[in-house]
Design a protein around this ligand. Structure first.
Ligand SMILES: CC(C)(COP(=O)(O)OP(=O)(O)OC[C@H]1O[C@@H](n2cnc3c(N)ncnc32)[C@H](O)[C@@H]1OP(=O)(O)O)[C@@H](O)C(=O)NCCC(=O)NCCS
Length: 168
C-alpha cells in the first residue's frame, strides 16, 4: 500500500472498498464532462482493479485523496501509463464541492514529488480538453510546459498537450 502526505492531504493507493467514494467523482457527469463522461459502478470497480494491478506492476497509479483533518475522500490524483514507457500521464478528478480550494494543485504536487523520489520516470505528460480552463490553470501552476496539439481518437478531438521533466 502506497501512502504519502502533503500539508492538508493524505494520498494512498486504491482499494475495492473505495467504490462508494470513487462514484462521487468518477461516477459524476459534471466532474467527468471533459474526461469521457461518468462511469457506471461496474466500470469503476473494473478501474479500481486495473489501478491496483498497475500499482503492483509499475509502481504508479491514481491515488485516493483524503483531507487529513476530516478524513473526507475528495478525489483521485495520480498517473496512467503513457505511450512511452519512460513517461506517465497525470490525471486528477475531484468531487465538485471541493473545487477551487487548491486541492488539485496540492495533491498533484505531492504525486510529482513521490515520482521524483521513488520512480525512474523522466517525464510526466498531460493533456486537457480545450474548454477545461481550471485544469489548464492547474497544469500551469505545477510548472508544466505546453508542447503542442495532438489528436485523441478516444476523445474524438484535438487537445493541447503539456509535459514536465522530472529527471534530466
Ligand atoms: C480541474 C480540477 C481538478 C481542479 O481542481 P481544484 O482543486 O479546483 O484546483 P485548484 O483549486 O488547485 O486550482 C484551480 C485553479 O483554476 C482556477 N479556475 C477555476 N475555474 C476556472 C475557470 N473557469 N477559468 C479559469 N480558471 C479557473 C482557480 O481559480 C484556480 O486557480 P488559482 O489558484 O490561481 O485561483 C477540478 O475542477 C476537477 O476535478 N474537474 C473535473 C475533472 C477534470 O476536468 N480533470 C482534469 C482532466 S484529467
Amino acid at each position: 500500500m502506497v501512502t504519502f502526505e502533503t500539508d492538508r492531504l493524505v494520498l494512498r493507493s486504491l482499494k475495492r472498498e473505495d467504490i462508494d467514494s470513487v462514484m462521487t467523482f468518477w461516477g459524476n457527469e459534471e466532474v467527468m464532462k471533459y474526461c469521457g463522461g461518468a462511469g457506471s459502478r461496474e466500470r469503476e470497480l473494473r478501474s479500481i482493479e486495473f489501478y491496483m494491478n498497475l500499482q503492483k506492476e509499475k509502481g504508479f497509479s491514481p491515488y485516493i485523496v483524503i483531507i487529513k483533518d476530516s478524513n473526507e475522500v475528495i478525489g483521485a490524483c495520480g498517473f496512467n501509463p503513457a505511450e512511452d514507457e519512460h513517461e506517465i500521464e497525470l490525471i486528477y478528478h475531484f468531487a465538485e464541492k471541493y473545487w477551487g480550494r487548491g486541492y488539485a494543485t496540492e495533491a498533484a504536487n505531492g504525486c510529482i514529488n513521490y515520482v521524483r523520489e521513488n520512480l525512474k520516470i523522466n517525464k510526466i505528460v498531460a493533456s486537457i480538453s480545450p474548454g477545461n480552463s481550471s485544469s489548464k490553470k492547474v497544469l500551469e501552476k505545477l510548472g508544466f510546459e505546453y508542447i503542442g496539439m495532438k489528436w485523441f481518437e478516444d476523445m474524438n478531438e484535438e487537445e493541447p498537450c503539456y509535459e514536465l521533466r522530472v529527471k534530466e
